[in-house]
Design a protein around this ligand. Structure first.
Ligand code: AMP
Length: 215
């Protein structure tokens, strides 16, 4: 299954995509994670991306599209994939359709993960990410202190989850990414999923919307 997870920052795309990727045994491709890995490694791509990410702006389409094209050409994507955080603009969505069509592939479903704006801002404020394994936690719902319960790495707040950057990210979402909902509705690929409650509920809603038998 070739899937896209849409939704504002903090909607829960990454957590749900991670779980679904394990269940379906297909790769979870997060453009944000790829950029952050490049930033940590100090690559040229990372240096370029950081100039945009640190301001809450989108990385230019040509850079992002090239990166995703290369990732989708890897062998593990042949049996399906979950794109998290891509596409984020209409030109990215059109490029994605073209890239997939070159190999006779297509997107099966675009899952729009819907949460109220108040909840999004609250989730970003409480989100902490493991610096080592990159798993994400919500401090409001867990009493885990400063260390990742899975690998023991330090839990940190993403620079772009800090209040001064969040407003710019939300503005970019409304301006550039929200039009994708109409794009995928017109293509008859859109499914909407409520993510207002806890992670387990969101995941159950996603399985139901995609008609996947759960665990
Ligand atoms: P995320 O982890 O998905 O919230 O992404 C973090 C940041 O990476 C975003 O705020 C953007 O600056 C950048 N980014 C991630 N995906 C894309 C994309 N598809 N297009 C442009 N910029 C992106």
């Amino acid at each position: 299954m070739n899937l896209i997870f849409l939704g504002a920052p903090g909607a829960g795309k990454g957590t749900a995509a991670n779980r679904l990727s394990e269940l379906l045994d297909i790769p979870h491709i997060s453009t944000g994670d790829i950029f952050r890995a490049n930033i940590s490694e100090g690559t040229e791509l990372g240096k370029l991306a950081d100039q945009y990410i640190s301001q809450g702006c989108l990385v230019p389409d040509d850079v992002t599209i090239g990166m995703v094209k290369a990732r989708l050409a890897e062998e593990d994507c042949a049996k399906g994939f979950i794109l998290d955080g891509f596409p984020r603009t209409i030109p990215q969505a059109e490029a994605l359709d073209n890239i997939l069509a070159e190999d006779g592939r297509k997107i099966d479903r675009a899952v729009d993960i819907v949460v109220s704006e108040d909840k999004l801002v609250e989730r970003l404020a409480y989100r902490r990410v493991c610096a080592a394994c990159k798993l994400s936690y919500n401090l409001k719902h867990s009493n885990i202190g400063d260390c990742c319960p899975v690998c023991g790495g330090s839990l940190i707040m993403r620079e772009d989850d800090k209040p001064k950057v969040i407003a710019a990210r939300m503005a970019a979402y409304h301006r550039d990414t929200e039009p994708l909902i109409e794009y995928y509705r017109n293509a008859r690929k859109l499914v909407k999923v409520n993510s207002e409650e806890v992670v387990a509920d969101t995941f159950a809603n996603i399985l139901a919307a995609l008609e996947i038998k759960g665990v």
